[in-house]
Design a protein around this ligand. Sequence first.
Ligand code: NDP
Length: 389
Amino acid sequence: MRRVSIFGSTGSIGQNTLDLIRRRPGDFEIVALTGGRNIKQLAADAREFGAGVAVTAHEECYDDLVAALSGSGVQVAAGAGALTEAAERPADWIMSAIVGAAGLAPGLKALEQGTTLALANKESLVTAGPLLLDTARRFGATVLPVDSEHSAVFQGLIGEDIATVERVIITASGGPFRDWPVGQLARATLEQALNHPNWAMGQRITIDSASMFNKALEVIETKEFFGFTPDQIEVIVHPESLIHALVGFNDGALMAHLGPHDMRHAIGFALNWPRRMDLPVERLDLARIGGLRFEAPDEERFPALRLARDVMATGGLAGAVFNGAKEAVLDGFIAGQIGFLDMAAIVEDVLTKMSADSGHIDGAITLDNVAQTDHLARVRTREAIAAKT
Ligand code: NDP
């Protein structure tokens, strides 16, 4: 039996992971499940899977979780400290699917036990890629990508010499606003941003897909995870989202990875790695699909991609600034305080100002420095939002 923990089990990735595990009774033992405010889901899953411990990130939710799990035999804990303690519990495979920078500390703790970490939480790589991968190396741990694009690149590299890779191309659906002119984008509503054409995902990543901030994070994630240089990483808009990524080699070959819009493919690949096993995902019918389209991304209407290049050029703690500011503008957009286009404008302003002061971005990439930089970026961003409202 493989021992598994799932951080962010109540979310979209967490639920898809549990779906795969549910289909293989007897194969997995659930060590820890963690969530945030969705206590009902967390308790139901902890009971169903007989988890060793259920952890809510929020201390004020502790009593509700205790009540929901009473008589179940599942241990209950709450708070950020409890999350990292749960990551210390021995497990063979740990899913990192908390949304946002909050996923970094438990992910690092998980790596320190030399486990296999399936990494959906791209923010960990964006804010602290070198720290994360160095920790994995030091403790003999393995990090596997779960983002569909990065899983696709990973699969495209199996058996290949990485020195022969010229470029990687990650695809973007273009989101619900792919064809919208700037004037209309400025008035885009939360409801419209949540209407993703292809993928069913958590609220935050869905809005990030509409603004292309998600793709910006993924470009940085590609650099950090695989070690490619920024000019080797390309983005192409591919409205069908069936090709997730392509790897280009020095003989001109371009290897594409295709799959349905179902995160259970990438999650299942990481769960079963290094083997491939049957997965309950749709098989593509190419004749029915008929054709695939490709377009160059428009960095004027979607400046997040340009900002990702700035972050990679600046290096250091610029990723923590970028992600912290991005999370804070997202809060502002969800709360109706700022417009859709204000998000990128404010992030750019905060990034430019904090990058100009080398004291903010030159520090070593440690957990403390990342947390401080993230905090400062959020404070600056909230100030900029307040100035607009
Ligand atoms: P969801 O919003 O659906 O779920 C997020 C999870 O994190 C929930 O369990 C939530 O708890 C928990 N959570 C929220 N805030 C905190 C916090 N401060 N501390 C601890 N836990 C918290 O997100 P997704 O599943 O969509 O995404 C998870 C990660 O995977 C993200 O990094 C995303 O970028 C990445 N990803 C997602 C994809 C997808 O298809 N969804 C695809 C590729 C990557 P609760 O809901 O109980 O409050």
